[in-house]
Design a protein around this ligand. Structure first.
Ligand code: RAM
Length: 549
C-alpha cells in the first residue's frame, strides 16, 4: 500500500486517536507513567554544539551523464573573487561549503558604487547534492510529499549591511543564489552556516589494515550519523527532520560503535514512550516542536516491534537496566498488540485487526507477509532476552514459546524446501526481504539461510531492496549465515558505490541501477543525508575481522 493511500485509510482512525489522546473514548494504559516518561525525555534533552562554517568556493553545475543524477560541480571562482565581484553579474551561481552541514544560514550584503535605493530580493536554493540545485522544482510533479520540503527560500533584504538569517534550518553543501530584484550594484560580504549536531566524542580510528574504500565508507557513515544527531535522532536533517522508530533503531546501533552518546538513545526511547497511543501501541514518528507530539496517523507494525529490540540493545550497551525496567510496559504492549494479528495457526495476518502500515522498504509491490512474521519472531526473542534482564521470567517463557510456534508455522506455510527459499503470497513473490527476515528470526539455519540468500541474489527477477534501510538487514543476514566475504563485498559495492558517485553523506534511497529512483515521484525531494543509511560504521566496527582486513 502506498504511503498516501495508507494515510487516507487511517484518517478515521486518527480522528479516534485524537479523541483518545484527549481521554474521552478510551482509558490510557500508560496513565501512571506518562508524566514521568515525559519528564525524563525533557531532562535528557541533549545540548547542540554549534560550529561556524564558511564557504570554500563558488562553483557552477555542469551537465554530465557520467555524474550522479547527471550533474557535477566545477569551480567557477574563489570565494574572495566572488565577494569582490558585484553579485548582479553572478546570478545563478552556486556556493560550495565543501561538506554537508545542518544549521542556520546567514549572509550579509554590501553596497556597490551607488547608494541602494530599493530592497534586494534573492532566491536561495539549498542542496545536499549537485542535482538538487540544478533541477527546476517547478512545475512540481506531485507525489506523496509536500513541495515545501524542497529547500528554496526567497528573501527580501531591506537594509544592505545588516546580516540576514534564513528562518528555516537548512541541510546542505551547495547553495544556489539567484537575483530576483535590485536597484544598483551590490556584493555579498559574508556567508556562514551555524552548523549544529549533538554528536560528541571521538569515534575510534580504523587500523592501517582497513582498505581505503572501507575507510571512506566509515567516514561518510560517521558524517551521516553526526548530521542526523540533533536534539533527537532525526531521520534526515533535510527531510523528514523528526524521529522515526526504524531510523532510531539503526542510528542507535551506529552510535554504539562510534560516538557512544547513549543518552540520546535514551532521550528518544522516552520520547516515543511518553507519546504512545492510549491503547499501548507506539506511534512510529514524533515531532519535538512546538511541544513533543506524535504523528497520530502513523503506526507501523514493524517499527513498533523494533522498539523493543532498540531498548534491549540500548540496555546492553549502556548497562542502564533502570530505563528498561521503567519502559517495560511499552515492551509488553508492543508484543500484546502484535499478538492481535496472530491467529490459531500462528501466522501473522494483517487482516485480523485494524489496518497497520507494514513497511520494511520502499520497493513498490513488495509483499511483506513473510517479513512481518519474521520481524515478530525476531522481536519476541529479543524481548524475551530483555524480559530476563528485568526479571520478568513469565513473559520471557511465553514469548519464547510463541516465537517457536510462529517459527514452525512460517516454515510450513512459506518455506519451499525443494527450492530452498521463501515465497510470499499467491503470486509466489520471491524477494530479498522475505529471506532476510526468515534468517534474522532463525526460522532457517545459517546453512539454509545462505542457500536462500544466494539464490535470491542470483535471481534477476527477484524483488530487491531499494533503500539502504533494507540493505542494512541484508548485510546483517549475510553475516548471520556466515557469508562474510559476500557481506563485505556487498557493503563495499553498495555504500562504496555512493562514495564513488560523490556522496558526502549517505542517501535515503540508492539503487545502483537507477540514480533517479524516488518513492516520492521526484528525486530532488529524497533525503541525501539519511539516518538509516549510516550503518556501515556499525558493521565495520562491530566486525573488524570481516571489514577491517
Ligand atoms: C520515510 C522516511 C523515514 C522512514 C519512513 C518510513 O518517510 O524516510 O526515514 O522511517 O519513510
Amino acid at each position: 500500500m502506498s504511503y498516501i493511500s495508507f494515510r487516507i485509510k487511517l484518517s478515521a482512525f486518527s480522528a479516534l486517536c485524537a479523541i483518545s489522546a484527549a481521554g474521552y473514548a478510551q482509558t490510557d494504559v500508560y496513565e501512571q507513567w506518562r508524566e514521568s516518561w515525559m519528564k525524563t525525555y525533557e531532562e535528557t534533552m541533549p545540548e547542540l554544539k554549534v560550529e561556524i562554517k564558511k564557504p570554500v568556493a563558488a562553483v557552477k553545475g555542469v551537465k554530465d551523464d557520467a555524474a550522479f543524477q547527471g550533474w557535477r560541480m566545477e569551480k567557477a571562482m574563489s570565494i574572495e573573487e566572488f565577494y569582490n565581484a558585484p553579485f548582479n553579474g553572478n546570478s545563478g551561481i552556486v556556493i560550495d561549503f565543501g561538506e554537508h552541514m545542518t544549521g542556520e544560514f546567514t549572509f550579509n550584503l554590501r553596497q556597490g558604487w551607488k547608494t541602494p535605493d530599493a530592497p534586494i530580493k534573492l532566491k536561495f536554493t539549498f542542496g545536499e547534492v549537485p542535482s538538487e540545485v540544478c533541477t527546476p522544482f517547478d512545475p512540481f510533479p506531485g507525489g506523496s510529499l509536500a513541495r515545501a520540503w524542497l529547500q528554496d527560500e526567497t528573501v527580501t533584504v531591506s537594509t544592505v549591511g545588516e546580516p540576514v538569517t534564513i528562518p528555516r534550518r537548512v541541510a546542505f553543501r551547495y547553495v544556489k543564489i539567484e537575483l530576483i530584484g535590485h536597484s544598483y550594484d551590490f556584493h555579498f560580504a559574508d556567508m556562514q552556516c551555524a552548523a549544529t549536531t549533538s554528536a560528541s566524542g571521538e569515534p575510534a580510528r580504523l587500523p592501517e589494515s582497513a582498505s581505503e574504500i572501507v575507510r571512506d565508507i566509515n567516514r561518510v557513515s560517521l558524517n551521516t550519523l553526526k548530521e542526523c544527531m540533533q536534539t533527537v535522532y532525526e531521520d534526515g536533517p533535510k527531510r523528514d527532520r523528526r524521529l522515526w522508530i526504524g531510523d532510531l533503531y539503526l542510528e542507535a546501533l551506529a552510535n554504539m560503535y562510534s560516538f557512544k552518546n547513549h543518552e540520546l538513545t535514551k532521550h528518544c526511547l522516552y520520547m516515543m514512550a511518553a507519546l504512545a497511543a492510549p491503547d499501548g501501541m507506539l506511534y512510529s514518528t514524533a515531532f519535538e516542536r512546538p511541544k513533543a507530539h506524535p504523528q497520530y496517523e502513523t503506526q507501523i507494525a514493524d517499527y513498533s516491534l523494533l522498539y523493543n529490540v532498540a531498548l534491549l540493545d540500548y540496555t546492553l550497551a549502556s548497562k542502564d537496566i533502570e530505563t528498561a525496567r521503567d519502559l517495560w510496559p511499552v515492551v509488553q504492549n508492543q508484543i500484546k498488540y502484535a499478538q492481535r494479528y496472530v491467529g490459531d495457526d500462528f501466522i501473522y495476518d494483517r487482516q485480523r485487526d485494524r489496518g497497520l502500515w507494514i513497511f520494511f522498504d520502499w520497493t513498490p509491490g513488495l509483499n511483506t507477509d513473510i517479513a512481518i512474521q519474521g520481524a515478530m519472531i525476531f522481536s519476541l526473542k529479543k524481548s524475551a532476552e530483555l524480559a530476563k534482564l528485568v526479571g520478568d521470567n513469565d513473559s520471557a517463557a511465553q514469548w519464547i514459546e510463541l516465537a517457536a510456534k510462529m517459527r514452525e508455522a512460517a516454515r510450513q506455510k512459506y518455506y519451499d524446501e525443494k527450492e530452498g527459499v521463501f515465497f510470499a503470497g499467491p503470486e509466489k513473490q520471491l524477494s530479498h526481504i522475505s529471506q532476510i527476515w526468515m534468517i534474522l528470526s532463525d526460522v532457517v539455519t545459517p546453512k539454509e539461510g545462505a542457500k536462500a540468500l544466494k539464490k535470491v541474489l542470483a535471481d534477476k527477477n527477484a524483488v530487491y531492496p531499494g533503500t539502504p534501510y533494507a540493505n542494512h538487514y541484508l548485510v546483517e543476514a549475510m553475516i548471520k549465515c556466515g557469508m562474510n566475504k559476500e557481506a563485505k563485498k556487498f557493503l563495499v559495492d553498495y555504500w562504496g558505490g555512493m562514495v564513488k558517485k560523490g556522496a558526502d553523506t549517505f542517501w535515503e534511497v540508492y539503487d545502483p541501477n537507477d540514480d533517479f529512483r524516488s518513492p516520492y515521484n521526484f528525486f530532488p525531494i529524497n533525503s541525501y543525508c539519511h539516518a538509516w543509511s549510516c550503518t556501515p560504521v556499525y558493521f565495520i566496527n562491530k566486525y573488524p575481522e570481516i571489514f577491517q582486513k
